[in-house]
Ligand binder design. Structure first.
Ligand code: HEC
Length: 292
């Protein structure tokens, strides 16, 4: 096996091992980052919904207290405000969702679907759980969901969610008395669930990965080319010339021209040594011939 082949096999091996290790870690890092980014968006959305709810209870509801006596103003209900908020967001970002998924909701639009019911039941059976994060495949691609329990800890909630008799008549007129009642104190009645699409950040991560791997392989290719050029001019060519000369001299061509030495690296010092040996040999032989 020639030197060139040995070097290239070693370089190729280094490239495959190096690129695999770098690729493995880069891929994991990029995917983790993409997921983290999606999770951040989900958290911001959830916090925005909480903010809208707080604003509604703190600032809107007191302003409309008088009017509320005559007619139920749904704009004072935080759950309604949160639904309006997400509807506005969805005009720009239709794949993003926030829902106060509830097992027995006042507004049927908030009824939990199958997978949402699973999340609510998780919170109903795991009292210590405050957050649930997961992924699911949907028709529009992979989604990340973030859920938090809705637990009735404020007795004021039961004014409208315990029995129709306790609820304001104006509310019954607006929503009927069939749904959204029978909630208990300290019961987890639903979950705030944010869903955020993962496809775009994941695609971005894949693109970054391809760019990263291409640049790594590009750098390797340049290194391999450079090493091959160096190997050719610095080692293989001078050594081949020297080997040919050694052959020539060993066959008895003692008067052959000496090697032309360039540079002062290890190879040229080998050439100088060879020339010296060539000269000594020629001298020794000519002395022997003179003796005859
Ligand atoms: C003044 C009456 C009233 C009070 C008090 C009230 N709610 Fe509601 N709640 C409603 C109405 C009406 C809706 C339906 C709003 C809509 O159109 O989405 C609703 C909806 C909800 C929803 C969304 C699911 C559903 O049932 O449609 C949740 C969750 C909820 N309320 C939780 C609470 C909590 C928690 C409290 C106490 C902090 C509370 N509510 C206090 C009237 C009330």
């Amino acid at each position: 096996m020639g030197l060139r082949l040995k070097f290239n096999i070693a370089l190729l091996l280094a490239m495959v091992v190096g690129a695999s290790i770098a690729g493995y870690f880069a891929h994991r890092l990029l995917q983790d980052n993409a997921r983290e980014e999606v999770l951040d968006s989900a958290r911001i959305m959830l916090q925005s919904a909480v903010a809208v709810r707080g604003y509604t209870v703190g600032e809107i509801k007191p302003l409309l207290a008088m009017q509320q006596k005559r007619q139920f103003i749904k704009q004072t209900v935080p759950a309604y405000a949160a639904r309006q908020y997400i509807e506005q967001v969805q005009k720009e970002y239709p794949d993003y969702n926030y829902k106060e998924a509830t097992l027995n909701p006042t507004n049927p639009a908030s009824r939990a679907t199958d997978w949402e019911t699973d999340i609510i039941n998780h919170f109903r059976t795991h009292d210590e759980a405050h957050e649930l994060i997961g992924e699911r495949a949907t028709a529009t691609g992979r989604m990340l969901y973030l859920g938090r329990p809705i637990k009735i800890t404020n007795a004021a909630c039961l004014a409208c969610h315990s029995t129709p008799a306790a609820a304001p008549d104006t509310m019954i007129e607006a929503y009927g008395s069939a749904n959204g009642f029978g909630w208990q104190h300290n019961e987890v009645v639903g979950a705030q669930i944010v869903t955020v699409p993962m496809s775009l950040p994941l695609a971005r991560a894949d693109k970054a990965f391809v760019a990263f791997m291409s640049s790594i392989i590009g750098v390797f290719v340049v290194i391999v080319l450079l090493i091959n050029v160096l190997l050719h001019f610095v080692v293989i060519r001078p050594v081949t010339v020297m080997a040919a000369k050694a052959n020539e001299v060993s066959m008895g061509a003692l008067t052959a021209e000496e090697l032309e030495i360039k540079g002062n690296d290890e190879i040229s010092s080998l050439g100088q040594s060879f020339n010296r040996m060539h000269r000594s040999l020629a001298n020794a032989v000519s002395m022997l011939e003179d003796d005859d």
